[in-house]
Design a binder for this molecule. Structure first.
Ligand code: SAM
Length: 287
């Protein structure tokens, strides 16, 4: 929504709240077979990508989300080699995953090729690693791709999707998680962006229950700030196939051979701290 003073505003009716960014101009708008994509040049947040009226990312603060979706799960697995990203068409998560030298192959499966083409044009810093020979960019429905994946072929599945409506709805179901279970190797991990702990507790609780129903042994939610998303507070939920999530590789985080802007070992540990209301709602499963 844009008003006459050139603010982009995302309204959350159910929370009676809104977030606005002052924009200089609209850079791009299109309707794809799956969704509408718009890009604005903002006054202070760089470029802003909006899908179906919902903020996806800004140049200024996408590093928070992309780093928190990629590094905690990769540093929890003892030796991640084969990684798949479902969604993530802006390629920011892919860029972070490819920073891990031990990762051999990454498949990014986004339903909408246009998101990637738009990101190449307006967020080139996010797509700078796309030519890495370890990366394969596929444009397909992630639900179908995971269903057809070779059993026990992936160490990590990262679900970097839009909100659970439209094409992403099926990515938040026990059926999808069952197929993820089958595609994961022993000790494999999944992480999924899980919305705002303040606004969307029902979604997170539903996800955790569906993950358990699908057979995952353990789940753990990470919390982090995300300025442009509803409430400014966001989460990602990890699940492990056949064992406890366990500790992360702190020494390897400290010795990581690449730069991050937000993520480090203390941030990882802090993101795992479970707020009281969250612990009460999810009981033992949230620890
Ligand atoms: N960081 C963002 C957020 O939480 O608002 C998500 C960014 S990323 C652009 C989300 C991507 O999920 C979109 O590019 C969309 O095309 C993709 N997506 C939605 N449903 C999908 C599905 N079923 N399979 C694969 N990709 C899907």
């Amino acid at each position: 929504m844009l008003d006459e003073k050139d603010w982009f505003t995302e309204v959350v009716d159910t929370a009676g709240s809104a977030f606005s960014l002052r924009i200089r101009r609209k850079l791009h708008a299109e309707q794809t077979p799956y969704q509408s994509i718009a890009v604005y040049e903002t006054e202070h947040f760089g470029n802003l990508m909006v899908i179906d009226g919902f903020t996806m990312l800004s140049s200024r603060e996408n590093f928070l989300y992309h780093e928190m979706l990629a590094h905690p799960v990769l540093f929890t697995h003892p030796a991640p080699r084969r990684v798949c990203i479902i969604g993530g068409g802006d390629c920011g998560t892919l860029r972070e995953v490819l920073k891990h030298p031990d990762v051999d192959q990454v498949w990014q499966v986004d339903i909408d090729e246009r998101v990637t083409r738009v990101a190449e044009r307006f967020f080139p810093e996010l797509t700078e690693s796309n030519a890495d020979p370890r990366a394969q960019l596929l444009f397909d429905d992630g639900i179908r791709w995971i269903r057809d994946a070779e059993p026990a072929s992936l160490d990590i599945i990262i679900i970097d999707s839009t909100d659970p409506v439209g094409p992403a709805e099926g990515l938040f179901t026990a059926d999808f998680y069952r197929n993820c279970m089958a595609a994961l190797t022993e000790g494999g991990l999944l992480v999924q962006q899980s919305e705002s702990p303040l606004y969307h507790m029902d979604i997170i609780a539903g996800m955790v229950s569906d993950l358990k129903e699908a057979g995952f042994s353990d789940t753990r939610t990470l919390f982090f700030p995300q300025a442009i998303y509803p409430s400014g507070w966001w989460s990602a939920t990890m699940a492990r196939k056949d064992r406890a999530i366990g500790d992360f590789r702190r020494a390897d985080v400290d010795a990581r051979p690449f730069e991050t802007r937000y993520y480090n070992a203390d941030i990882h540990a802090g993101a795992l701290a479970q707020p009281e209301f969250f612990r009460r709602r999810l009981g033992g499963s949230a620890r």
